[in-house]
Ligand binder design. Structure first.
Ligand code: AMP
Length: 401
């Protein structure tokens, strides 16, 4: 698995290339960038970075960023059940993409792509298609294909039939992208006090399991930063640490859970009523939650973490004053204290949280969905504990859709 440092660097590089390509992302979308190394642990050579725009059972669309010289290894999407496999259209937005599919091959010496010699046998499709901004190509279902970006990297918008995560057969037997397929349709909830690290864990989980990260706080802050009418209504409540009315959060969440197939809910539900609403909405979509994690830690730790927290105005990355002394984020944005991280607002938020978590905890415990995780340790340890539950208990035992 990639180290957290490598993941953070890859995320920054992805944002940089998207900016060069003049593709505008909202802060919440920045959180949802997924880094995929195909389990080979050499992201510079083999990998892709992606942001899913929409992912339903019928279709999906994503922005795919490929670093200079980076390769997406050869694979195909076969049919399964009554599904024909994934048909994909790649449209180049930035840079150059050397795409290879089965068909009349170019001579090896004319091949634009450079394949590491020890992996050459796993790149059999040699019909070369060069995509530059404005070019697009449709790959039929079950067609072997692979690609490499040119010297500037590439940004490709991908439109696909069916959901994003579908079975993939890689030519290289070393590649296992199983978590992505196994986690198809995975729906998780993260519960925990403000400052328990829900956002950080959700981002890590989204990257590892290829799910969307739906943070209610970020979705609401996005409304405020875009200056929407809804944003101007919620801003005063949020800055005081008060709950936003249910009718507003329901509108937002119902829209999102209908758009995504696999996700982590962070900051929703916060009350028993919200949990009951979620259950009704999921039932209407013939869906259900697979697992609920409660991040548990002592109140004093929460207060220490929150009062020293600083957030980047530009990319939403969070820091703590004890570990990071500068006022400027790695991305160049200013670090600020969220209005609701001031001591009075923290106390108010903790009171609200303590009143709400008990009933919510009982609700999910009775359904057999709740796992309590000790979140007072370093984030890597917490992440390891959550991953173990998912890999050993939830994913293998999940009812297949
Ligand atoms: P967070 O970023 O999760 O700490 O949320 C920030 C603020 O957004 C909260 O203090 C509330 O004002 C509002 N908020 C977030 N989630 C909800 C929710 N599920 N219901 C009501 N208000 C919410």
């Amino acid at each position: 698995m990639l180290s957290l440092e490598k993941l953070a660097q890859a995320r920054e590089k992805t944002i940089e290339i998207l900016e060069r390509a003049q593709i505008v992302l909202s802060p919440n979308e920045v959180d949802r960038i997924e880094i995929i190394d195909f389990g080979l642990g050499d992201l510079q050579t083999f990998g892709i970075q992606q942001l899913t725009y929409v992912d339903t059972d019928i279709y999906s669309a994503a922005e795919v960023v490929v670093f200079p010289g980076q390769i997406c290894p050869e694979h195909r999407h076969p049919s399964f059940g009554d599904q024909p496999g994934k048909e994909q259209t790649f449209r180049c937005r930035f840079g150059t993409l050397y795409l290879y599919v089965t068909g009349s091959p170019v001579a090896d010496r004319e091949l634009k792509a450079e394949i590491p010699a020890d992996k050459a046998q796993y790149f059999t499709a040699r019909r070369e298609i060069i995509l530059e901004p404005g070019d697009q190509y449709t790959i039929p279902a079950n067609t072997l294909h692979w690609f490499q970006a040119g010297p500037e990297g590439a940004v490709i918008t991908e439109f696909s039939s069916g959901p994003r995560a579908q079975p993939e057969v890689f030519t290289d037997p070393e590649i296992q992208k199983i978590p992505q397929v196994a986690s198809r349709g995975l729906k998780m909830i993260l519960l925990g006090a403000p400052g328990s690290g829900k956002g950080t864990q959700a981002r890590l989980l989204a990257t590892k399991y290829g799910t969307a990260h739906l943070s209610m706080g970020n979705l609401l802050r996005e409304e405020i930063s875009t200056g929407s009418e809804l944003g101007s209504r919620v801003a005063p409540m949020m800055s005081k640490g008060e709950m936003v009315p249910d009718s507003i959060v329901y509108e937002i969440i119902d829209d999102k859970i209908a758009q995504y197939n696999s996700y982590i809910l962070d900051g929703f539900p916060r009350t028993l009523q919200q949990a009951e609403h979620l259950e009704r909405s999921l039932k209407a979509l013939r869906n259900q939650i697979d697992v609920v994690f409660l991040l548990d830690l002592p109140v004093e730790v929460v207060i220490r973490r929150l009062s020293g927290r600083r957030v980047c105005e530009k990319c939403s990355q969070t820091y703590h004053v004890d570990f990071y002394q500068s006022d400027v984020c790695n991305c160049g944005g200013n670090l600020v204290q969220r209005p609701d991280d001031h001591p009075d607002a923290i106390r108010r938020r903790m009171e609200v949280y303590r009143g709400q978590i008990g009933p919510l905890q009982n609700y999910y415990e009775e359904k057999g969905l709740l796992w309590t995780i000790d979140a007072s340790e370093e984030m890597e340890l917490t992440f390891g504990a959550i991953s173990r539950v998912l890999d050993n208990e939830i994913i293998p035992n999940r009812r297949r859709k």
